[in-house]
Design a protein around this ligand. Structure first.
Ligand SMILES: NC(=O)C1=CN([C@@H]2O[C@H](COP(=O)(O)OP(=O)(O)OC[C@H]3O[C@@H](n4cnc5c(N)ncnc54)[C@H](O)[C@@H]3O)[C@@H](O)[C@H]2O)[C@@H](O)CC1
Ligand SMILES: [K+]
Length: 265
């Protein structure tokens, strides 16, 4: 399989003229170092990430079409909760779907930073007509609660923007139930999709599909393009890529630029 590499005009040239990109391991390491070496709390990076995506989506969706945000159990889902809050703050109609295990008190099992933003959203949501929160149980109950699936699939058939906050750099295997069905419905809905960081299902290092993959109209990716976005085969799945600054210290990002043979910012 031949992989042709995208040369974006005007992009700052690294070695061999390719665009500055980060691999999955590099961007996860950069996040960890921003937190552990520079003391930027993870929830601050997440707030910057989510706010940047919300501001992009408000520009892409000025007519305020309803926004259906699909959140996974990790920090990619956490970005989705932040996006929901900022859109709701500005009066965009939002509905959040959470795909996660449920504890016996029916709170979803989420990564720590995602749980912080889920709790804020639930507080904001109390008595707030705009932001409805529909919790989806984990795959085990997806099959036994067809009404949840039917409700979501009906939602996806009405004109809306869909936000894919299911999986980002934590994706480690092909999507299976219920995500494969959900992704198929999203792609069949022909609604515009904003993928958060990476379209769920895409291998961000190779740009190839791990399995069922969200077909995004736009992708808001953090810190820098991902290595796999240079593979033109990824283009139909990422759509237009926008780089969102999450506030990682410049001196840290410059270290990765220099490693890539780039001039510091
Ligand atoms: N502090 C940070 O590291 C930041 C991370 N950010 C976001 O966090 C994302 C990475 O978050 P996480 O590491 O929590 O991982 P993800 O949120 O990408 O994935 C969540 C979890 O899903 C599980 N999973 C993986 N593949 C699966 C599959 N095929 N089916 C079912 N479950 C699967 C894994 O246990 C994984 O931990 C980034 O892509 C970005 O969106 C941003 O908020 C910026 C700051
Ligand atoms: K995603």
């Amino acid at each position: 399989m031949t992989r042709t590499f995208l040369k974006r005009k005007g992009a700052r040239r690294g070695r061999g003229g390719a665009m500055f990109t980060l691999s999955r391991d590099e961007v996860r390491e950069l996040d960890r170092r921003a937190i552990n070496e520079f003391g930027v709390p993870g929830v601050v990076l997440m707030e910057n990430a989510g706010r940047g995506c919300a501001e992009l989506l408000m520009r892409l969706n000025p007519e305020r079409k309803p926004v259906v945000i699909l959140c996974g159990p990790g920090n990619n889902g956490g970005d989705g909760f932040v996006i929901a809050r900022h859109l709701d703050n500005h009066g965009w109609p939002v509905e959040v779907w959470v795909f996660a295990d449920l504890q016996n008190d029916l709170t979803p099992v989420l990564s720590p930073d995602a749980a912080v933003n889920f709790a804020i959203l639930r507080q904001t949501h109390r008595g707030n007509a705009h932001a409805r929160l529909v919790r989806l149980a984990h795959p085990r109950s997806w099959g036994t609660h067809p009404q949840l699936r039917d409700y979501l699939f009906d939602e996806l058939k009405t004109p809306a923007w869909v936000v894919d906050a299911l999986f980002g750099t934590g994706l480690s295997r092909a999507l299976a139930t219920p995500y494969d069905e959900v992704v198929a419905q999203v792609n069949a809905s022909r609604n515009p999709v904003l993928a958060i960081d990476i379209p769920s299902g895409l291998d961000c290092d190779t740009g190839e599909l791990l399995g069922p993959t969200v077909k995004a109209t736009h992708t808001a990716t953090f810190v820098a393009h991902k290595r796999g976005f240079l593979n033109t085969a990824s283009k139909p799945w990422t759509g237009e890529v926008h780089v969102i600054d999450i506030g990682a210290p410049r001196v840290l990002v410059d270290e990765y630029r220099r490693k890539a043979g780039e001039r510091p910012a």
